[in-house]
Design a protein around this ligand. Structure first.
Ligand SMILES: Nc1nc2c(ncn2[C@@H]2O[C@H](COP(=O)(O)OP(=O)(O)OP(=O)(O)O)[C@@H](O)[C@H]2O)c(=O)[nH]1
Ligand SMILES: *[C@@H]1O[C@H](CO)[C@@H](O)[C@H](O)[C@H]1NC(C)=O
Ligand SMILES: *[C@@H]1O[C@H](CO)[C@@H](O)[C@H](O)[C@H]1NC(C)=O
Ligand SMILES: *[C@@H]1O[C@H](CO)[C@@H](O)[C@H](O)[C@H]1NC(C)=O
Ligand SMILES: *[C@@H]1O[C@H](CO)[C@@H](O)[C@H](O)[C@H]1NC(C)=O
Ligand SMILES: *[C@@H]1O[C@H](CO)[C@@H](O)[C@H](O)[C@H]1NC(C)=O
Ligand SMILES: [Mg+2]
Length: 575
């Protein structure tokens, strides 16, 4: 940078000299020639006078030639100097980088940080989870009067666990962030091929008639396939949910999937399930997940083999983290949406810490989920803030944290009636009842309704903890996106679901692997050995899962602390 002006001026000076001298030579030449030509017609014979003129002209031309020669050699010299200078410059740069590297190495060897390994991370997360399991076991069995003792002990255990976690959180955050960037860049590259005419493509059919969360999850399925097969995903979004007044709804809410490649055309095309040699075709049509055949090996809950080690080390929910990355790409907000969110957060003074609360009612109740009172949700919001109060007390902060709740619901009555007692006891509810008013089933085809549910999902995903029903795709979407945030702690435990465990629509198998053997204590429980695979139907929230043994086919309860997530990996072509 330092040298640039210097050699740039050298270069321009030499150019200047060259150009001006060439001009001079040209002018002399033209002048001479024209003076000769002017006279020739009048002097019909070559007299000695004319001869002398030619000799003079010749001399002048030689002169000019010589001058040009000199200039050229000067120019060569200058070019050589220039080359030397730029070599010198890059040498200096290299030395500076080397010096910086030596400094960094010295610093890190002084701190002598030993990074935790995967076993350490898994054990640490298990202690955290088992603290919760013990709590759930006790709260369902022990008389209520003992719970304040148990809770206080538990909150203090969390505090100490956080002290231990803090030592390595910087490293955890860096490794997670690095992997996020890596995955986002890989998807970006896949979606923006240099030559769209030659790129291998996967066509995703968007005509799946279901709710918003369901459609987005369907798109995520397509992206997973595109990543596994190393094909650019083409989805015709311009007709997506189009109402007559609102064209191109997708681009109003989100960024396009590609800047360089959105044409579904190609030299040849085939269907998944055609029986053809798929990779010899440029365009591959991918069906709606419900009708797919044959079943691809990369369907959820499979994660990419190439990133599995780091994901398993850094996230307690590797699949949810991975699909969160995919959704994060899909749902990159448009500039308009980004602006809206900024303004909304400012106007509502949304701050941290904040708990996200999603209450799904209306059409869902009695069809796909049971009714739950606000009290059932608030019990876990309360628990979150009690824990924070103890943490602050241990840190010597004697002010209680403000109890903020981001409320998202499709039932305006929750705003108008149900939150009143909690407001009186000091809770502050953020969000906007108007978003809930547009969530009425009769309005869901309107653009505003769609816009507002996107706002609720994105803001829920930015909360520090979520309480909701995982039976709703809306909440699962928010939780998935939450995993990809650049936070100190892994967010895989930052939720409580009042009903279902997490699942991904169309998932092939969700299993748990035994790390401790178990002998059934009663007819409700099942026995198993270390390494056995158990299915999971639900979490009883009393220390037990409900599920079936993959080998013995016995159905029943088993202690959660004896199993860990069963993870399948497959190579993904995109990495
Ligand atoms: N603004 C807002 N709208 C919501 C909320 N919860 C649900 N909705 C509305 O309800 C719709 C979700 O219901 P469906 O259309 O059945 O979509 P889905 O993907 O099946 O989601 P679930 O039924 O919740 O599993 C959203 O598209 C919104 O219109 C919320 O918290 N805020
Ligand atoms: C740094 O850690 C390594 C590995 O644990 C150890 O071998 C080495 O002696 C340590 N160095 C210092 C200066 O503490
Ligand atoms: C960042 O991620 C890439 C890809 O996984 C990996 O090669 C690299 O070593 C990582 N760097 C750090 C500092 O973790
Ligand atoms: C499809 O077209 C591509 C590009 O022209 C060609 O290389 C490939 O062999 C074709 N595949 C089939 C099955 O015809
Ligand atoms: C048993 O586990 C395998 C995965 O190893 C899975 O594909 C299969 O569906 C499971 N079977 C049952 C009955 O759960
Ligand atoms: C994926 O596709 C890109 C672009 O065509 C190519 O450069 C890369 O080698 C492919 N990767 C694999 C694993 O096939
Ligand atoms: Mg629905």
């Amino acid at each position: 940078m330092f040298f640039t002006p210097f050699w740039r001026s050298l270069k321009s000076r030499s150019l200047f000299i060259l150009v001006s001298l060439s001009w001079l030579a040209l002018i002399i030449f033209i002048f001479t020639v024209s003076s000769v030509y002017q006279r020739v017609p009048y002097e019909t014979s070559i007299t000695p006078e004319v001869d002398a003129k030619y000799i003079k002209l010749n001399e002048r031309l030689n002169d000019a030639n010589q001058q040009i020669e000199t200039l050229m050699s000067q120019n060569r010299e200058l070019a050589q100097n220039l080359k030397k200078l730029s070599e010198f410059k890059s040498q200096m740069k290299k030395e500076m980088i080397d010096k910086k590297l030596r400094e960094v190495n010295r610093e890190s060897s002084m701190i002598n940080v030993t990074k935790p390994n995967t076993q350490y991370e898994l054990a640490f997360r298990r202690i955290r989870q088992n603290t919760d399991e013990l709590w759930h076991f006790l709260r369902k069995r022990v008389p209520n009067k003992y719970m304040s003792f148990i809770d206080e002990l538990r909150y203090n255990m969390y505090y100490d666990l956080n002290v231990i976690a803090d030592r390595d959180n910087h490293w955890r955050r860096n490794e997670r962030k690095n992997l996020s960037d890596y995955v986002q860049k890989a998807i970006y590259r896949l979606q923006n091929p240099r030559d769209c005419d030659k790129a291998k493509k996967l066509i995703c059919d968007l005509n799946k008639y279901c709710g918003f969360g369901c459609q987005i999850h369907h798109l995520a399925h397509c992206f997973v396939a595109a990543m596994a097969l190393n094909r650019t995903l083409i989805a015709e979004t311009s007709g997506w949910r189009t109402a007559s007044v609102n064209k191109n709804v997708w681009n109003k809410l989100f960024q396009p999937f590609s800047q360089t490649c959105s044409s579904p055309d190609g030299h040849n095309r085939t269907d998944w399930g055609s029986g053809d040699q798929l990779d010899t075709y440029q365009v591959l049509y991918y069906p709606i997940i419900d009708y797919i055949s044959p079943i691809p090996e990369f369907l959820p809950l499979v994660i990419p083999e190439q990133i599995a080690d780091v994901v398993i080390r850094q996230s307690g929910e590797p699949f949810i983290w991975f699909i969160g990355q995919v959704l994060n790409y899909i749902m990159r907000p448009s500039n308009k949406m980004t602006e809206y969110l900024h303004k909304f957060k400012r106007d509502n003074s949304i701050a941290h810490p904040i708990v996200g609360l999603h209450v799904r009612r209306t059409d869902k109740i009695g069809t796909e989920a049971k009714m739950h009172s606000l009290d059932e949700y608030m019990y876990f919001v309360d628990d979150y803030y009690n824990k924070l109060d103890v943490r602050n007390a241990r840190k010597g902060v004697d002010k209680k944290v403000e109890r903020l709740v981001y409320l998202a619901t499709d039932e305006p009555e929750v705003w108008k009636k149900e939150i009143m007692p909690y407001k009186e006891s000091g809770y502050v509810f953020k969000g906007d009842v108007r978003l809930s008013e547009t969530a009425d089933p009769s309005q869901r085809h309107e653009f505003e309704s769609l816009h507002n549910v996107v706002v609720d999902i994105l803001l829920l995903s930015q909360c520090d903890f979520i309480v909701c029903t995982f039976s709703s795709q809306i909440c699962r979407l928010a939780f998935e996106l939450m995993q990809t945030r650049d936070t100190e702690q892994d967010m895989s435990t930052a939720f409580y679901s009042i009903d279902d465990i997490y699942y991904f629509g169309g998932q092939v198998f969700h299993g748990k692997k035994a790390i401790i053997s178990h002998k059934a204590h009663n007819s409700q429980e099942i026995s198993f050995k270390i390494g056995d695979i158990l299915g999971i139907a639900n979490n009883q929230h009393n220390g037990y899962n409900d599920g079936d043994h993959n080998r013995t086919k016995h159905k029943g309860l088993y202690p959660r602390f004896k199993v860990t997530e069963f993870i399948e990996t497959k190579p993904f072509g995109v990495f």
